[in-house]
Design a protein around this ligand. Structure first.
Ligand code: CA
Length: 223
């Protein structure tokens, strides 16, 4: 073999070894994944629980979304029982408009109820989710008639005002605030459950939700 060939092979071998060393050292120091906390601005949003609660849970939901109804019936009651009643967690709900006109209609009605009497907001919120049909949820069901029928059972709601707010889109401003909020927080699916500024990967994993809340409560104690 000529000296030239040996030199070429030698160079190739050295480069190959260097490449392997670089690959191995890169593998040994994986980039640390830091989760960025981005707290949700809840100005003017409905609140359940004590305002002084150290942990804030926000649901980004849509009255037309069957998973949101399911979340409200399975995970949410546990949250109320374990954390909201004790004053550890305050809860809020932000409207998401992923299902078109009916999402907007439901959101405008809920905002009208909240504006009229914040104390009955959660009753109307629950009534609207309860009214979501189990079978054909994609079919038309959020209508002015349905909204008035549900609101009629809650004495402090002024039905004329509610009708006006929805028909003349008087609460669209509040709905758009919610839209800006979920856009800002990159909400791409409903429900999205956010705990002290961090969205949960799986909103139905209650154990993970508990862990996240307990971690936040511990951090709060240590502060
Ligand atoms: Ca809102």
């Amino acid at each position: 073999m000529s000296k030239f060939k040996l030199a070429v092979i030698g160079t190739v071998v050295v480069f190959a070894l260097l490449a392997i060393i670089v690959i191995i050292s890169n593998k040994q120091t994986p980039e640390e994944t830091t989760i960025e906390k981005k707290e949700v601005d809840l100005t003017g949003q409905p609140l359940l629980g004590q305002e002084s609660a150290p942990v804030t849970v926000v649901e980004f939901g849509d009255y037309k979304c069957p998973s949101c109804k399911a979340w409200g019936e399975t995970v949410y009651p546990k949250l109320v029982e374990d954390y909201i009643l004790s004053g550890d967690v305050k809860f809020s709900y932000v409207n998401v408009l992923f299902h078109g006109n009916e999402s907007i209609l439901g959101a405008m009605a809920a905002e009208s109820v909240y504006k009229q009497d914040p104390n009955v907001y959660w009753d109307f919120h629950k009534a609207l989710f309860d009214a979501q049909p189990a079978a054909n949820h994609d079919g038309l069901w959020i209508t002015m008639d349905k909204i008035l029928e549900l609101a009629d059972k809650i004495p402090s709601i002024n039905l004329e005002q509610l009708k006006q707010d929805v028909e003349q889109e008087l609460t669209m401003k509040q709905v758009n605030i919610d839209k800006d909020l979920y856009t800002k927080h990159h909400v791409s699916q409903t429900p999205t459950v956010n705990i002290n500024g961090v969205a949960m990967e799986d909103p139905f994993d209650y154990e993970a939700i508990k862990e996240a809340i307990d971690r936040e409560l511990k951090d709060d104690e240590n502060e």
